[in-house]
Design a binder for this molecule. Structure first.
Ligand code: PHE
Length: 493
């Protein structure tokens, strides 16, 4: 007996789910901080190039893999090429590692939601900075010193996982309904934050930093890899999410229009959120008498410093807006968070015919446990380090491998014919050139150059051993992927 595959309720549910998976903390937390770290306007150029040369072509590719094979990543890639199953597993284990720290950032937002009722984060720039680093996280001095678990952060983490579970256990049909809310509402509040930011004194300084290109930064391979990493992260590429979501669509579903809509809606949101963050940064710099790059050293915490500042400065009802803002940040993140778990669950279900009823809670509990070290005093540094390695090295490696498998083994033009046969908007041979030559070449070159720089300089000013831990993790995940792909399938009749 072949079990009927789960299905979305409608095409728009799928688009909302895909947009919901894409739009998340990656847009309002990660994009601003990565942009800040790599020099504002300097970063936007590689970011745009990455969107065009990898983001859109690969999104089309992943949708088509999911729709055509009707399977979660390991099964899907195996159908494309028997030897490629491990690549599917690699994307699944990567997204699991990502989910564990992603939930931790959600937990910071849960805490801020709580604190917004009293505006506990303080009033001035330095106070707000201090609240994030020294009160809430109680940061230790280095990644080597983990220290105690911070209980409120741990509690927030547990709450996040419970919500992820609740969103997923009813299956994709319900999911399709939840996402209408989790995508629509956050946009409204973002608009308020942008308007508030832009009307602050000094906003223009921040915008200058955000929008003025700096061509000399383009020489740095690290900036390029970061741009590709961010595009993968924000579009949820190379993590199985899009493959598994697309696999719940019928085989004749449109591909290209969906891909353009999702990627443009997503990157538009990031760009827009940048205005809220950088205008507020300009204000903060002015009020503290420093330049924009000097406002904070904890790039990763940028969003947790600028948004509270903007909230404090709202003319009326800051508490209410604060609570609303963090609640909405959470709704924005939650659909991304559960979209990271769905491919993991889907892969186990598809390969071993395991029952979703128990594999889902098991994975949620495991994800929670893996996330506990991040709630310690040193956890902040590890979010930074693991995020860097997963996004920049893990995801780009998967992207590169997908290009090779589809481009050369399966045949780019063959899959393009399939894409065009089901899509409203057809794509030309340019796409083959991207998948076969341009995208893999850029990814490969950036990876090698950045790796070289990493070996010689380490990462982020942390002790050198942390960089080896990061690389070690990627290697370990590859080994696990091979083991998973070699294990025998069990087909339940
Ligand atoms: N794209 C999401 C964001 O920007 C993160 C994500 C990663 C979602 C992987 C799904 C899968 O926040």
């Amino acid at each position: 007996m072949v079990k009927e595959r789960e299905r979305w309720g409608s095409r728009s549910s799928f688009i909302f789910a895909a947009v919901g998976a894409a739009i998340g903390l990656g847009n309002v937390w990660r994009f601003p901080y990565i942009t800040y770290r790599y020099g504002g306007g300097a970063f936007l150029i590689p970011y745009l190039i990455a969107l065009i040369t990898a983001g859109i072509p690969l999104m089309i590719l992943e949708y088509s893999i999911g729709i055509k094979t009707q399977g979660a990543p390991p099964v899907a890639l195996k159908k494309i090429w028997a030897k490629a199953e491990w690549i599917g597993w690699f994307s699944v284990v990567l997204v699991f590692v990502l989910a564990a720290y992603y939930a931790n950032i959600m937990s910071w937002a849960v805490n801020y939601f709580y604190h917004s009722f009293t505006l506990a984060w303080g009033k001035t720039g330095p106070e707000i900075n201090n609240f994030f680093n020294n009160v809430m996280l109680n940061k230790s001095t280095s990644p080597g010193v983990l220290g105690m678990v911070q209980w409120p952060v741990l509690l927030g983490l547990a709450i996040t996982w419970i919500f992820i579970y609740l969103c997923l256990f009813r299956g994709v049909r319900t999911l399709g309904k939840i996402v209408y809310f989790t995508v629509g509402i956050p946009w409204l509040i973002l608009i308020i934050m942008v308007i508030r930011g832009l009307t602050l004194p000094g906003a223009i300084e921040g915008l200058n930093y955000y929008l003025t290109p700096n061509f000399s930064a383009l020489k740095d391979p690290i900036v390029w890899l970061a741009a590709y990493g961010q595009i993968f992260f924000t579009l949820s590429l190379a993590m199985g999410t899009l493959i598994v979501y697309a696999s719940y669509l019928p085989e004749d579903s449109d591909i290209t229009a969906n891909a353009f809509i999702t990627s443009l809606a997503n990157c538009g949101t990031s760009f827009f959120a940048g205005f809220a963050v950088f205008s507020t940064l300009g204000y903060l710099a002015g009020s503290m008498g420093v330049t924009v790059p000097e406002v904070t050293t904890s790039g990763l915490g940028l969003a947790f410093i600028t948004y509270p500042t903007a909230i404090n400065l709202l003319p009326v009802a800051s508490q209410l807006f604060g609570a609303l803002f963090f609640l909405l940040l959470l709704t924005l993140g939650i659909d991304s968070a559960f979209s990271q778990i769905e491919p993991v669950v889907g892969s186990f279900v598809d390969k071993w015919g395991l029952k979703k009823e128990w594999i889902l809670p098991a994975i949620c509990i495991f994800g929670f446990i893996v996330g506990i070290p991040y709630t310690t005093r040193g956890g902040f540094y590890w979010v930074d380090i693991i995020d860097y390695f997963v996004a920049n090295y893990g995801l780009t490696i998967v992207g590169l491998l997908e290009c090779i498998v589809i481009g050369y083994v399966f045949g780019a033009s063959k899959i393009r014919r399939y894409i065009n046969s089901v899509s409203d908007v057809t794509i030309g041979p340019w796409w083959d050139i991207f998948i076969m030559v341009i995208t893999p070449a850029i990814l490969g070159i950036s990876l090698i150059r950045a790796l070289y720089k990493l070996m010689t300089e380490g990462y982020g000013g942390y002790p050198r051993w942390t960089a080896f831990t990061g690389i070690g993790l990627i290697v370990l995940l590859i080994v696990i992927s091979f083991i998973l792909s070699k294990s025998k399938e069990v087909t339940h009749e």
